[in-house]
Write a protein of this length. Structure first.
Length: 117
């Protein structure tokens, strides 16, 4: 998806089996991997992972899929800085489309608002 010169690629997988060490008996586990364009993930990428995980955990009905894993992989392809990466991810058609194609049961729709000061 491309918005304002910022482009990301999103892969959504699940529900799938997960390791016993990560399993939750009552609900599914959401795992997010955020990869920068170059280099290894740093603190900013870990923040993005937590933020995306929070959005997905709130929207996906995880209790319908106990002991399974939902994996979301985000790869930054181009970042010109004109638009926030999180804005592109949440508002990108491919992210919402991938979630629906995988037949995730959602309690709410994905949406967000970005404010600038």
């Amino acid at each position: 998806m491309l918005i304002g010169g910022t482009s990301i690629l999103v892969g959504v997988y699940g529900p799938a089996d997960c390791k016993e060490s990560k399993q939750d008996v009552k609900q599914a586990v959401v795992e997010v991997n955020f990869r920068p364009k170059i280099g290894i993930p740093g603190l900013a990428e870990k923040y993005y992972e937590q933020y995306i995980r929070g959005i997905c955990e709130a929207a996906i009905l995880r209790s319908w899929h106990p002991r399974t894993l939902f994996a979301i992989i985000v790869q930054v392809m181009q970042d010109k800085g004109s638009v926030s990466l999180l804005f592109v991810l949440v508002h990108g058609e491919n992210f919402d489309e991938n979630i629906r194609v995988q037949s995730f049961c959602l309690s709410t729709a994905f949406c967000g608002i970005e404010l600038s000061i």
